[in-house]
Ligand binder design. Structure first.
Ligand SMILES: Cc1ncc(COP(=O)(O)O)c(C=O)c1O
Length: 393
């Protein structure tokens, strides 16, 4: 295996854009992407606008930024301009979708997998008290999600199918197309959680024909906390009426009319109240960089890096909790290293930034800014830690 270096890996020219890479081995982009240097400048311009333009900032810049940021996210998943609204987190995006529907009729079934992110799961489970019949499909091995199980469960009474594109626990990539096709055949709609894919694994919402897609910018999009996105298929977006709503969604927000709302057009139609403006400023530099690089190139490098991690784990006899097939694997490799929890703590102390999850192990999530040497070094650091632990035992 030849090591990638700045001479052969074109993406490494972006390394200097990320201050934290000078001091750490940063392999935790599944949790929080590294901060681009340009974020500091961007947040400074937020301060400057607020300080100098005051309330005029809303009409001059801030109001339009919701759409600008939504479009900057949308272009990465082939969503048409205006089809992506921005919110504070994915849980709220799921709630906005749910609020467009009524669970009192016969079509009130929600089909999802136990490998969905817990917050998403907690939200849909809580809809039982509003009439939703929730059907959970279980994983056989903690890595894969049985597509057949989902396809079987999606029937004429199914309203919504909230699924993850890339599973956060194992990095398994779901066969979204098959799920969408079955859902549409029986009149159900698919809510795709793309948090662990967008920015690392190519996603084309039009080609997949998904109805909704949601995620956040703080992981693979290097955009910081506080900005999540909701894509709504344009034909649905024109007619759905979210009940979680507010003045941003009104067709004449500045008329401050009394009484029931009159829905405006997407993306504002799916928003509620005052937007998280500083989050927008933080999000834009990462989004621009990912667009400039292109997700296809990131994916190609990511597959090589995750394959290398698996090769190194196999050499040591450690269990890998990620799909073996690179085509079915996202950007994270969870490795069941002996004493994983303690090893993770020690890695963090030595500035190798990773995380630990029960039943998964230590999770390594390299991104386009990592080098192959860092992968090798991270695993060598684990070797050292295990050796020291043995000596101390
Ligand atoms: C797949 C997935 N969905 C959702 C979330 C969290 O969503 P929220 O923005 O509601 O915190 C995460 C991780 O934080 C995730 O990995």
């Amino acid at each position: 295996m030849t090591a990638l270096n700045a001479g052969t890996d074109d993406l490494l020219r972006y390394r200097s854009e990320f201050p934290i890479l000078e001091r750490t081995t940063y392999m935790i982009s599944n949790s929080l992407g590294a901060m681009p240097r340009a974020v500091a400048e961007s947040l400074q311009s937020y301060c400057d606008v607020w300080a100098t333009r005051g309330v005029r900032a809303w009409e001059e810049t801030w109001w339009m930024m919701s759409r600008e940021v939504g479009d900057a996210i949308g272009v990465l998943m082939n969503a048409p301009s205006g089809s992506v609204s921005v919110h504070q987190n994915v849980t709220l995006c799921q709630a906005v979708v749910a609020s467009c529907f009524d669970f009192s009729g016969r079509r009130n079934k929600v089909v999802y997998s136990d490998m969905n992110f817990p917050s998403v799961m907690y939200f849909w489970e809580a809809q039982r008290s509003r009439g939703a019949r929730v059907h959970m499909v279980r994983t056989p091995d903690g890595i894969h999600v049985p597509v057949e199980g989902l396809l079987e469960a999606i029937d004429e009474e199914t309203l919504l199918v909230p699924i993850s594109h890339v599973v956060f626990r194992s990095s398994y990539i779901k066969d979204v197309k098959a799920i969408v096709e079955k859902a549409h055949r029986v009149g159900a709609l698919v809510v795709l959680d793309a948090f662990q894919s967008l920015g690392n694994v190519p996603l084309d919402v039009e080609a997949l024909n998904v109805d909704f897609a949601t995620g956040g910018v703080l992981k693979w999009l290097c955009g910081g906390p506080g900005t999540a996105y909701l894509y709504v298929r344009p034909d649905l977006g024109a007619k759905l009426e979210p009940k979680i709503t507010g003045w941003f969604a009104h067709q004449n927000p500045f008329e401050f009319e009394i009484g029931p709302t009159k829905y405006g057009q997407p993306p504002y139609r799916f928003m509620q109240g005052t937007s998280n403006v500083p989050g927008y400023y933080a999000a834009l530099p990462g989004l621009r960089m990912i667009r400039e690089i292109g997700v296809e190139r990131i994916r190609e490098k990511s597959s090589r890096m995750t394959s290398r991690l698996i090769e190194l784990a196999d050499q040591r006899g450690w269990k890998v909790n990620a799909p073996r097939d690179a085509a079915k694997r996202g950007g994270t490799v969870a490795i069941d290293i002996p004493n994983s929890r303690d090893v993770c703590q020690e890695l963090l102390r030595r500035d190798v930034l990773v995380d630990y999850r029960p039943n998964a192990g230590v999770r390594f999530s390299p991104h386009f800014y990592n080098t192959m040497e860092e992968i090798d070094r991270a695993i060598k650091t684990v070797d050292e830690i295990l050796r020291e632990m043995k000596v101390h035992a």
